[in-house]
Ligand binder design. Structure first.
Ligand SMILES: *Cc1c(COP(=O)(O)O)cnc(C)c1O
Length: 374
């Protein structure tokens, strides 16, 4: 992380709570919400985000690694926590000791968890992960009956449910998603026919949460929408989401360049006319993507100042010609609202050929976060 008093990465916990309540309102009251806080809460900060969502009423938390789960437990969070990536066999003892639940898809992990649970005189909760078309983690549907049958010998394991992940729930065409959902519910019915209770099975990410009520089942797993971004940037969700993360800085130097001046490494931009240029103390070391070079913009006094030349490690230049009265020290918004205009994570992502998720992860990992609304 780079600490710079010239940059302000703001995290608005009030907005986070607002988004949680909006999502709560989209679900039937009995549907549980597992707030996905993996990857350091999408760059928003694992502990403050998890604490705030727990206080707001989240039923479950979902993290990536055992380490994230342990961090939450050590901080005193008592909610059920699901390790979405599963664990390695050698992590079973610590997993069981901390009462963490595991996405399960490996036989050796099942065995290690059962052994750990036995020695600690506990039960280990597992969610059997099925690959219904994501082509990522999980057993193929055809492998599930045999795997489940193999779990019968581990009486220390409590199989909470089947879980799966949707590959294209954000697309308007629902054919693939409906097929995934059908395969999942078929599998669930078959397993229940074999005597498995599977009380809490789940498949819905943010996109399915608002467009696939039939996929909610007993629990939904939103991530992105909690942080205030729509899963499909071209189709706004039916509820108002408030962006949680913002990034502001200030004008470090203001200068006037004559026509024909080059800007930044590689001289990729030459001023066609006189140019008022603001030098900003932000660069790719701050997670401000180099692909924003000559494409992105910042907001100064609510107006767009286009990036000129390449984004450097610590510095970026924007043109402020025509924006009246800009001074050194003036506030600059790189992500967020200024006046009537707003730079969304989706807009930055489009400029940098990526998605809002990555914008959040990169900015959050690189900069000191400052929290509001605790
Ligand atoms: C990241 C993740 C989610 C959340 O996805 P969003 O698109 O951010 O809502 C849900 N489930 C699993 C398994 C995930 O890995």
């Amino acid at each position: 992380m780079i600490v710079s008093s010239m940059l302000n990465l703001g995290i608005d916990l009030g907005a986070l709570e607002h988004n949680y309540r909006q999502l709560r309102g989209l679900c039937e009251p009995q549907v549980k919400i597992l707030a996905v806080v993996k990857a350091d809460a999408y760059g928003h900060g694992l502990l403050p985000v998890a604490r705030h969502l727990a206080r707001a009423g989240a039923d479950y938390l979902g993290v990536g690694s055992l380490d994230e789960g342990l961090t939450l437990r050590q901080a005193g969070l008592t909610l059920p926590i699901l390790l979405l990536l599963g664990i390695l066999p050698q992590e079973a003892e610590r997993t069981v000791a901390a009462d963490l639940e595991v996405a399960l898809f490996r036989r050796d992990v099942a065995e290690a968890l059962a052994a750990a649970a036995r020695s600690q005189m506990k039960k280990a909760k597992v969610h059997l992960k099925v690959d219904t078309g994501m082509g990522r983690l999980g057993l193929l549907p055809g492998e599930v009956p045999e795997f489940l049958a193999g779990l019968k010998e581990y009486r220390e394991l409590e199989v909470v449910g089947l879980i799966s992940h949707l590959a294209v729930a954000d697309l308007e065409d629902k054919t693939y998603t409906l097929r995934q959902l059908q395969d999942f519910t078929d599998l669930l019915a078959a397993a229940r026919g074999q005597g498995w209770a599977l009380p809490l099975s789940h498949i819905s990410n943010s996109a399915a949460l608002w467009e696939f009520k039939e996929a909610h089942l007993g629990l939904v797993r939103p991530g992105l929408m909690l942080y205030g971004s729509p899963p499909a940037p071209d189709r706004p969700p039916p509820v108002e989401l408030k962006p949680v993360m913002s990034l502001t800085t200030q004008v470090l130097q203001l200068k006037h360049l004559p026509p024909g001046s080059s800007i930044s490494y590689g001289c990729t931009y030459t001023t066609p006319a006189g140019c008022d240029l603001a030098v900003l103390p932000v660069g790719y070391c701050n997670g401000y993507n180099r692909l924003l070079s000559n494409r992105g913009a910042a907001l100064i006094q609510g107006q767009r100042a286009p990036i000129r030349g390449r984004v450097c490690m610590n510095l970026t230049m924007v043109e402020v010609t025509g924006i009246p009265g800009v001074k050194e020290g003036d506030r600059v918004t790189l992500l967020g609202q200024d006046g009537d205009d707003r730079l969304s994570a989706d807009e930055l992502a489009a400029w940098a050929d990526t998605i809002s998720y990555e914008v959040y992860c990169l900015l959050g990992a690189a900069n000191l976060r400052r929290y509001q609304g605790k």
